[in-house]
Design a protein around this ligand. Structure first.
Ligand SMILES: [Zn+2]
Length: 651
C-alpha cells in the first residue's frame, strides 16, 4: 500500500471561489485522491484557507470590519463551494489559527538559527498618501522582463517571472493611485543562493514531473537564485518571532505552504491521534503531492522545498507538483478584478456541481491553457453525458424492465461479439488506470466515454428489439453485457462523477463501497431498482441566461465610462477656467460630503462649497493649486454662497 499526502494550494480568503481555481488546483486533486482511495492506498487530502496578507487587511479596512471577519466570511463561502462540487478534504483548516502561527514561527526560527535567514535594511515603496509601506502586490507597473503593463510588484502574470518590486517601471500604488516613493525598512530574507546546489541535485531527480513544471523551474534556476524577503510591514499576519520586530509579519508566501503541515496536525488531533501527522510528513516513504496552478510553481518547487530541507525534523520533500495551466472564460483570460469569471456559488444556484466537474475534467488545462464557455458546457452535457452514457444506461434499463421485469442473469456462455466487447472494455480500463496515475483526466474522460460508445454500438449491432421476439436469451445477453459495461463505468468514472455513479450503482443494487480491484468481478445477476435518467439535459434558454448574466457583469464593469453627448467648441469656450490657490478649508457641519473653501486668485478671494469631504481632509488641501470654473452662477449650498466650482475626477 502506498502512503500519499495530497494538498491543493490554499485558496485565499479574500473572495469567493471561481471555476478557474477549481480547474487548476482542486478538482484534479480531488479526482486523484478519489482514485487513490479506489486503489485502497493510504491517502489523505489536506487544504485550508490562506488567511493572511495585505489584501485581507485592506479589504477589512475598506469594509469597516476586522480582518478576522473577512477571513471567516470567505472561509465559509469557499467551504460551501467545495461542498457543492463534492470536493472532499480530509481536513480544511485556516492559517490564522494559533497552531499554524506556532509552527510557522518555529520554521522561521530554525532557518534563522542555521544561518539561512539574513536581516537587511533595504528600500521599499511607500505610499505617502496612506502613510504605509506598500506590499509588492499593491504596486503595479511595467514588467522589467517582458514589458507588459499591469505587472504586480511580486510577479508578472504575463511572463510568470517573480519580480523585484523596485525594478518595476512606472509604479503606482494600487490602493491610492499615487506614485509611491522609496523609503528604508528592515526585513528578513531567505538566503536562496545557499540552497541552490542542493535544490538543483534534488530537482534533477524529478525527471517524471510534467514538462510545463520542469521547464519553468529550470528556466528560473538558470537565471540564478536571489535572496527573497520573507517578512512584510503590515499588521495582519504572523508576527516575526524576534525582538525589535514590531509591525513586521511573515510574508504569506512563507507561511502559506506551512499550512499544509498545520492542517495535517489539526486533522490528526481531530481523529484523536495527535502524532499521526508525523506518519505522513516525517516519513521518507510518503509521496507528497502538491496540486496547484502554474503561478504557484516557483513557491512550491524552489522556496518551499528549501524551507523543508533545513528543518530539524526530517520533512519529506514534494514527490510531485502537477501544476496546471490556466482556464480561460469565453476565450478571454479570467480576471477577478474585472469580474470576468464564473463564481462557484453563482454557478450552483443554476446547475448541479457534478456537471461542472465533468466539463472542467474534459477541458482540464493540463498541458496548455484551456477554455470554458457556456455553449460548450451545454454541448458536453447534452451530447456526451446524456447522449452517450445516459443513453446507454437508459436504453439498457428501460428495455430490461419492459421485457425482463428488471431482472437479468449472467448468460452461461457469451457469444464472440459479447466477449469481444467486454475484452475491449478491460483494455480501456487499463488505459484509464494509467491515465489517472499520470493526472491525465481529459484522457480518462475520453476513455470512459469510449466504453459507453462501445456499449451503444454493441446494443445497435445485437438488436435486442429484434432478438426479443425469437431468441429472448440473446436479448438478455445484450442487456447483461451492457449492464456489465455500466458497472465498469460506475467504478472507473466515480472519481470524476461520484454522485451520479453512486446513483447508477444503486439502480443496479450494487454495493456503495467501491474498489478498483472489483472491476474484474462480474455480476451474477442484475435486479434493477428505481430506474431514472442519470443526467438531465440543459435547455438553450438556460445557457442564454448565463451568457446574459456574463454580459450584464461586463456592462456594470464598464459603467464608469458612460459618455455624455458631444458639445461644440464654442460651448466649451464659455467656461472661465482658472488656477487658484486654496487658502482655507473647513468642514461644513452636518454634512459628510461638503467642504467650505476660501480661494485666492491674484487679489480676489471667493468662497466655494465643494463636495470632496469624503476624499480630502481640510488640512491636506490648504495651499494646493486647483482648477476652478469661475463663471458658474453663484449658488447657496447649506446656507453658504458658493462662488466657483472645483474640477475633480475619479481616480
Ligand atoms: Zn513579464
Amino acid at each position: 500500500m502506498e502512503k500519499i499526502l495530497v494538498t491543493s494550494a490554499l485558496p485565499y480568503a479574500n473572495g469567493p471561489l471561481h471555476i478557474g481555481h477549481v480547474a487548476g488546483a482542486y478538482l484534479p486533486a480531488d479526482i486523484f485522491v478519489r482514485f487513490q482511495k479506489l486503489l485502497e492506498n493510504d491517502v489523505i487530502y489536506i487544504c485550508g484557507t490562506d488567511e493572511h496578507g495585505a489584501p485581507i487587511s485592506i479589504k477589512a479596512e475598506s469594509e469597516g470590519v476586522s480582518p478576522r471577519d473577512v477571513v471567516d466570511k470567505y472561509h465559509q463561502s469557499i467551504k460551501e463551494s467545495f461542498r457543492g462540487l463534492e470536493i472532499e478534504f480530509d481536513n480544511f483548516s485556516g492559517t490564522a489559527r494559533p497552531e499554524h502561527h506556532k509552527i510557522s514561527q518555529s520554521f522561521f526560527l530554525n532557518l534563522l538559527k542555521k544561518g539561512f535567514i539574513t536581516k537587511k535594511t533595504t528600500k521599499q515603496w511607500f505610499d505617502q498618501k496612506l502613510g504605509r509601506f506598500l506590499s509588492d502586490r499593491y504596486i503595479e507597473g511595467i514588467c522589467p522582463y517582458c514589458g507588459s503593463e499591469g505587472a504586480r510588484g511580486d510577479q508578472c502574470d504575463n511572463c510568470g517571472k517573480l519580480i523585484d518590486a523596485l525594478k518595476l517601471k512606472n509604479p503606482i500604488s494600487k490602493i491610492s493611485g499615487d506614485t509611491p516613493i522609496i523609503k528604508e525598512t528592515t526585513h528578513w530574507y531567505l538566503d536562496l543562493p545557499k540552497f541552490e546546489k542542493e535544490l538543483r541535485e534534488w530537482l534533477e531527480t524529478k525527471k517524471y514531473w510534467k514538462d510545463n513544471v520542469r521547464n519553468f523551474i529550470f528556466g528560473w534556476l538558470n537565471e540564478g537564485l536571489i535572496d527573497r524577503a520573507i517578512t512584510r510591514d503590515i499588521d495582519w499576519g504572523i508576527p516575526v518571532p524576534v525582538e525589535n520586530a514590531e509591525g513586521k509579519v511573515l510574508y504569506v508566501w512563507f507561511d502559506a505552504p506551512i499550512g499544509y503541515i498545520s492542517s495535517t496536525m489539526e486533522w490528526a488531533k481531530n481523529i484523536g491521534d495527535p502524532d499521526r501527522w508525523k506518519d505522513y510528513w516525517l516519513d521518507k516513504n510518503t509521496k507528497l503531492i502538491h496540486f496547484l496552478g502554474k503561478d504557484n510553481i516557483p513557491f512550491h518547487t524552489i522556496i518551499w522545498p528549501s524551507m523543508l530541507m533545513e528543518q530539524d525534523d526530517p520533512y519529506v520533500l514534494p514527490h510531485d507538483v502537477p501544476a496546471n495551466e490556466y482556464l480561460n472564460l469565453e476565450g478571454q483570460k479570467m480576471s477577478t478584478s474585472r469580474n470576468w469569471t464564473v463564481w462557484v456559488n453563482d454557478y450552483l444556484k443554476y446547475f448541479d456541481g457534478e456537471l461542472l466537474r465533468y466539463v472542467l475534467a474534459v477541458n482540464a488545462p493540463e498541458t496548455k491553457d484551456s477554455d470554458f464557455n457556456w455553449k460548450d458546457f451545454q454541448t458536453r452535457i447534452n451530447s456526451e453525458l446524456n447522449n452517450i452514457l445516459g443513453n446507454l444506461a437508459n436504453r439498457t434499463f428501460v428495455f430490461s424492465e419492459k421485457y425482463f421485469s428488471g431482472s437479468i442473469k449472467k448468460p452461461d456462455h457469451l457469444s464472440e461479439i459479447s466477449q469481444d466487447n467486454l475484452n475491449k472494455a478491460n483494455e480501456l480500463v487499463d488505459q484509464i488506470h494509467e491515465s489517472y496515475i499520470k493526472y491525465q483526466v481529459r484522457r480518462v474522460v475520453k476513455l470512459i466515454m469510449d466504453i459507453a460508445r462501445l456499449g451503444n454500438k454493441y446494443f445497435d449491432e445485437t438488436q435486442p428489439w429484434v432478438t426479443i421476439k425469437n431468441d429472448p436469451e440473446l436479448a438478455e445477453e445484450t442487456l447483461y453485457v451492457c449492464s456489465e459495461l455500466l458497472r465498469i463505468i460506475s467504478i472507473a468514472f466515480s472519481p470524476i462523477m461520484p454522485r451520479s455513479m453512486k446513483v447508477l450503482r444503486q439502480m443496479m443494487k450494487l454495493p456503495d463501497k467501491l474498489a478498483w480491484k472489483n472491476l474484474g468481478v462480474q455480476m451474477e445477476k442484475i435486479s434493477l431498482n428505481n430506474v431514472k435518467p442519470l443526467f438531465r439535459k440543459i435547455e438553450d434558454k438556460e445557457i442564454e441566461e448565463q451568457i446574459r448574466i456574463l454580459k450584464q457583469k461586463q456592462i456594470e464593469e464598464e459603467k464608469g465610462v458612460e459618455h455624455k453627448p458631444e458639445i461644440e467648441f464654442d460651448e466649451f469656450l464659455k467656461l472661465e477656467l482658472r488656477i487658484v490657490e486654496i487658502v482655507a478649508a473647513e468642514k461644513i457641519l452636518k454634512s459628510n460630503k461638503l467642504l467650505k473653501l476660501k480661494i485666492r486668485l491674484n487679489g480676489e478671494s471667493r468662497t466655494v462649497v465643494a463636495g470632496i469631504a469624503a476624499s480630502y481632509e481640510p488640512k491636506e488641501i490648504i495651499g494646493k493649486k486647483v482648477v476652478m470654473v469661475m463663471n458658474l452662477k453663484p449658488r447657496r449650498v447649506m446656507g453658504v454662497e458658493s462662488q466657483a466650482m472645483i474640477l475633480a475626477a475619479h481616480n
